[in-house]
Design a protein around this ligand. Structure first.
Ligand SMILES: [Ca+2]
Length: 413
């Protein structure tokens, strides 16, 4: 302590929520100035007044804080309240959202947090959260123990970068919810982007000989000439494990001569055709599955006919691989080898090995869990056109970890 100042206080990785007794979240006390406070990677939400109050703070740094839905007492506070502050404060990549001003100088950006279940006190992030990979990379000492973990003890960063807030989003096991992570209507009819309406922002880019076609199953489709494909950048939401559903309508226009990809992401895949002899039942049969140190596949039993639409799907629930043709279960087998999530682009109409598809594809969809047969039938009969947020069944999280509320007051006491 020096001259009545409180110095070098840190607030790192806290969850500060539901302080409803007319108070705020993290506070620099107006009457007790603070020097060089560091406020990093906190989630501050559902508090009555401010989220983070910077009164009398000087030469302090706020970074990677996820602050929103504060000011619930309607007292006119910002999520990050920067009135009456001292000089030299720095704000970087603080994401604000919801109730309470999100435009104060401390809020560098607005984000959609997409919490797992805020009402139940679960402020972990769902896939597609705007907080994922949106933070500033932290240097020493925050990149080493004991700082390099999140509030749940998971290593920070995960995947492509630092998250904003107290929680890193952990790819793979277990999935935060049962969710749709890719849904392409393929109805734009122009341009080079096919927009994902799953809500997970996994938009696709048309590459090479992939062109718009006016006649899909629903609306338009993409035609692949045998050299083109759709590319979707690597995404945590597509790093699937322990379960999946891949499905699409296909309209092949050339006889199959080798593996023909419908959907592939590094370790999991759906193919319209295989190489001769790969599937034991029928030469060139379609297949789906996933690879680890071994390749786990389930084969169809008939060749999708030329110049007509067929619907293909493969599901894996962690125990069983199932292959569907036109909504019918064609084959099913035990497969307990755990899926391994990886961070690679997804491609439609080709794989990382080529394996191009020739013909049309419509409404490719990817889910983080095994759809049931009635759900597959529903997917087949539902047009994605103009349906963002389409009928996503959200299962209750297996366990809710509800952190105790706290109000952290930084003062010279
Ligand atoms: Ca379409």
């Amino acid at each position: 302590m020096l001259g009545g100042f409180s110095e070098d206080v840190e607030a790192y990785g806290n969850l500060v929520h539901d302080n409803i007794n007319n108070t705020g979240g993290i506070q620099h006390n107006y009457f007790r100035p603070t020097l060089r406070t560091k406020v990093y990677n906190n989630t501050v939400t559902r508090n009555a007044r401010w989220g983070i109050l910077m009164d009398s703070a000087q030469d302090s740094v706020l970074t990677n804080n996820l602050v929103g839905d504060n000011n619930l007492a309607n007292a006119g506070f910002a999520n990050i309240q920067t009135s009456l502050q001292g000089s030299g404060n720095v704000y970087t990549t603080n994401g604000c959202f919801g109730t309470g001003s999100t435009t104060s100088p401390g809020c560098n950006t607005t984000v959609t947090p997409n919490f797992v279940n805020a009402a139940a006190g679960n402020f972990r992030l769902n896939p597609g959260s705007g907080a994922i990979d949106a933070g500033t990379v932290l240097g020493a000492p925050y990149n080493v123990a004991p700082y390099n973990v999140d509030i749940a003890g998971n290593a920070r960063p995960q995947g492509g970068g630092y998250e904003i807030g107290a929680y890193e989003y952990v790819i793979g096991t277990p999935p935060p919810v049962n969710q749709l992570v890719l849904a392409l209507p393929l109805d734009e009819g122009g341009g080079t982007i096919a927009v994902d309406v799953s809500g997970q922002k996994n938009n696709a880019t048309l590459v090479g000989g992939a062109t718009w076609d006016n006649t899909g199953v629903y609306g338009k489709a993409i035609a692949f000439d045998g050299t083109g494909y759709l590319n979707i950048p690597a995404s945590k939401t597509l790093a699937l494990a322990p379960a999946m559903t891949l499905e699409a309508w296909i309209y092949p226009t050339a006889a199959f001569t080798q593996f023909a990809t419908v959907i592939r992401q590094d370790r999991y895949f759906l193919y319209a055709a295989s190489d001769a002899g790969y599937c034991p039942s029928v030469a060139m049969a379609p297949l789906g599955g996933y690879s680890t140190t071994v390749i786990n596949v389930i084969c169809g039993t008939s060749i999708p006919p030329l110049n007509q639409w067929s619907h293909l799907a493969v599901t894996h629930d962690g125990l069983t691989l199932t292959f569907y043709l036109n909504g019918n279960i064609i084959a099913s087998q035990t497969s307990t080898d755990p899926m391994v999530p990886t961070s690679y682009p997804m491609t439609i109409g080709a794989s990382q090995f080529g394996e191009y598809f020739t013909g049309k594809i419509d409404q490719p969809m990817v889910w983080t869990y095994a759809r049931t047969r009635p759900q597959i039938l529903s997917d087949m009969s539902t047009s994605l056109i103009g349906a963002p947020g389409k009928s996503v069944e959200v299962a209750a999280p297996a366990s809710l970890e509800i952190s105790a509320s706290l109000s952290l007051e930084i003062s010279a006491d």
